[in-house]
Design a protein around this ligand. Sequence first.
Ligand code: ARG
Length: 458
Amino acid sequence: MKLWGGRFTKPTNQLVDDYTASIKFDKKLAAYDIQGSQAHVKMLKKCGIIPEDEADLIADGLQAVAAKIETDQVALHEAHEDIHMNVEHLLTAEIGPVGGKLHTGRSRNDQVALDMRLYLRDVVVELVQLLTDVQHALYKQAEQNMDTILPGYTHLQRAQPVSFAHHMLAYVFMFQRDAERLMDSWKRINQMPLGAGALAGTTFPIDREFVANALHFDGICANSLDAVSDRDFVVEFLADASMIAMHLSRLCEEMVQWSSAEFNFIELDDAFSTGSSMMPQKKNPDVAELVRGKTGRVYGNLTGMLTMLKGLPLAYNKDMQEDKEGMFDTAETLRGALALFAPMIETMQVNREVMYRAVKQDYSNATDLADYLTDKGLTFRESHEVVGEIVLQCINKNKYLLDLSLNEFQHFSEVIEADIFDALKPEAVVDARKASGGTATQSVREQLQKTAALLKEN
Ligand code: ARG
């Protein structure tokens, strides 16, 4: 018998039950659903809407149902459609018809909005923690690689050398913005929708603030139509998650490149790599690739959610039942990726010598030669032209800038003196970028301090 069966003269077609039921996935909300119901029944009792003894019976019953669901002692049925009606059925089975009083002054529409908010609160807290762990791993790599120098790239062409610490810290700042975005979304997630009823509010003398306090919400949703129709907080979460996935994916791409034989800048720990079923020599960066690949589904969940919502009139529409699977999937996808990332980064071996050799075998100190000439009085345009010619000749003669003799340098410009050789060394080139935010040791040290302070606050 359906909870809403009164108005109907025949049972629903089995196909309808199969198609419309959400219990397969919304059972994940069971604990939150019951937590919300506990606060609701406490309020019904306090406001004198149902007798105290019955409220207590319901509260005990809910607790018993929660324990049974958690330990798989009860079956959840598709015939009862979703988690809300399944719980109500179980409650009535537990304590009898008085269980039917729980839903007084409430609808599944405000109930499901509440459950989603309770669920996301936990997810946000957990993801911020996991992000912080990843930041710590990157921070440690930065600390250990203050004087590791590698080529910095633009267009994936060698551009200017940077310190590996600087590179790691770039990601720490990205993930910091991600953590801050999640923390900021808290104030929009943490508004309490119960009391909106199906859409218009309720005739019962309820106390919404009481429920909000009991569940540690910052406030109540101010408009009942908005309260049951609003999934902005889910969209926002999916957007924040997409940004995290994008950042992870960019780092993944670098890890994949860096661990190739062509780069050989890092080696991932055996525990975080996989092999090939055919080629015995292979060691593949599967985790990084898979995280990069899963970014697609995270974006897909955001796009799906926005598209599902775009044409919906107020207030609740069944379309909105589609809000859950993508949200769960994104939360689980990120949870898995972030949990792996911290140890994978921490155990990653950095091939300093290879990185250094790469820097010595390129023209990434050309800007510094131009800056040198500019210091000596040429305009930057003139310097750029001269250095371009020097580089061209070096390429033709299969040399690097530091292979030139002072004579050869002076052939291009008389202002060049012997101090050029020190100025063009990778260490000097990196350390010359002292302006704040640059890759010089001093600036990287400041960044380390900044990030340490930020991480403490997260
Ligand atoms: N299972 C539904 C959902 O997740 C709960 C709300 C249903 N409300 C309704 N009036 N059919 O959206």
